[in-house]
Design a protein around this ligand. Structure first.
Ligand code: ADP
Ligand code: MG
Length: 355
């Protein structure tokens, strides 16, 4: 078997009493794209920060290309060349132009001559679609643009591996796509990457392997298919099947429809389903004002399962034992939705529209 780029052995990290990483073991090989998923507070960032010694581990060892970087006195500037990092909050230098942000480290640490560094930086900026902005300062860029520059900056050091810590979490939802597509492109180019992300669909599509982290350990490790379709542990299953919800209790006729409209908008933006926004809005309007006008109180629930991509609108009337929908309502709704499910529950009656 070829040598691993990263090998982590019995890695542990404590902050005082708090044991954040417990006995973490894994290997990463050339060209692997590993997404690290898991609840917040489980040590994902700490693990990445340990891998480039921003947060030195308290026990265990890390080897990069066979060299023990946790050894006493291992030169950190060597490590920084091998392991690049892209942060949630970009961390660009605000007093330098985009181009200078990228050429700075290669010139200082790799001693690349200025002209060559500039040439390389321009070609990297082209790769991330930012060549036009070479001479502006970061303050003039959107979040998505800043993050693409930060990626180019990491690439400029020709690292063996790049670590991404939630690269899209600080972005306005409209900008998530442009950053993910740059990372997808890098994945195809064979660059070795470890990506902490909450974007399940992205992780599923882009990764060769997934680590599910939970309570300071790599709880489950497998191909996207194993982790997302056949998870072994119940904690993994619960995490990946997570469903996002938006809920409104509507008890009288003078409910705040503007608030619901805004809520649907934001929900669709947040979970990247803006394509379903107009349909969701018009269905809610039609249901509340026409088909279910006389049914109060009712609970409106919009749900979105991130992994399957299934979006639904639930209208639940408590204490009702039959469908609130007339034949006309059925006729109007059916052609607009993927599926219409009516079900009696222990609490009442529910109409579910799958979008
Ligand atoms: P994740 O990235 O999975 O959300 P983190 O690695 O950021 O988790 O944090 C894991 C735990 O370690 C959290 O409880 C956090 O509060 C704690 N922690 C992280 N960094 C520090 C630090 N520098 N000092 C003390 N506690 C920390
Ligand atoms: Mg984190």
């Amino acid at each position: 078997m070829e040598q691993s780029i990263i090998r982590v052995s019995h890695l542990g990290k404590r902050f005082g009493e708090l044991e954040v990483l417990r006995n973490v073991d894994f290997e990463v090989h050339q060209g692997e794209v590993i997404s690290i998923i898991g609840p917040s507070g489980t040590g994902k960032s700490t693990l990445l920060r340990a891998l480039n010694m921003l947060e030195p581990p308290t026990s265990g060892d890390i080897f990069v290309n066979g060299e023990q970087i946790t050894a006493k006195g291992y030169p950190l500037h060597l490590l920084r060349r091998k392991v690049g990092m892209v942060f949630q909050s970009f961390n660009l230098f605000d007093h330098m132009t985009v181009l200078e942000n990228i050429t700075d480290a290669p010139m200082k640490l790799l001693r690349i001559p200025q002209e060559q560094a500039k040439e390389e930086a321009m070609s990297l900026l082209k790769e991330v679609g930012m060549a036009q902005k070479a001479d502006v300062y970061p303050s003039a860029l959107s979040g998505g643009q800043k993050q693409r520059v930060a990626i180019a900056r990491a690439l400029a050091m020709h690292p063996e591996v790049i670590l991404f810590d939630e690269p899209t979490s600080a972005l306005d939802p409209t900008m998530v796509g442009e950053v993910l597509s740059v990372i997808r492109q890098l994945a195809k180019s064979g660059l070795t990457m470890l990506i902490v992300t909450h974007e399940m669909r992205f992780a599923h599509d882009v990764s060769t392997r997934i680590f599910f982290m939970n309570e300071g350990i790599v709880y489950e490790d497998g191909t996207p298919e194993q982790i997302f379709e056949h998870p072994v542990h119940s904690a993994t299953k619960a995490f990946i099947q997570r469903i996002q919800k938006l809920v409104y209790e509507i008890d009288s006729d003078d409910f705040d429809f503007l608030q619901i409209h805004t809520g649907i908008n934001q929900f669709c933006l947040k979970y990247n389903i803006t394509g379903k926004k107009d349909l969701a809005y018009s269905l809610v309007k039609e249901m509340l004002f026409t088909h279910m006008r006389t049914f109060r109180p009712l609970t409106l629930r919009m749900t979105h399962a991130e992994l399957s991509g299934l979006t639904a609108l639930d209208f639940m009337v408590e204490g009702l034992d039959h469908s609130p929908l007339t034949d006309d309502a059925h006729e109007s709704l059916r052609p607009q939705v993927e599926n219409l499910i009516e079900e009696s529950t222990t609490r009442g009656f529910r109409v579910k529209l799958i979008l």
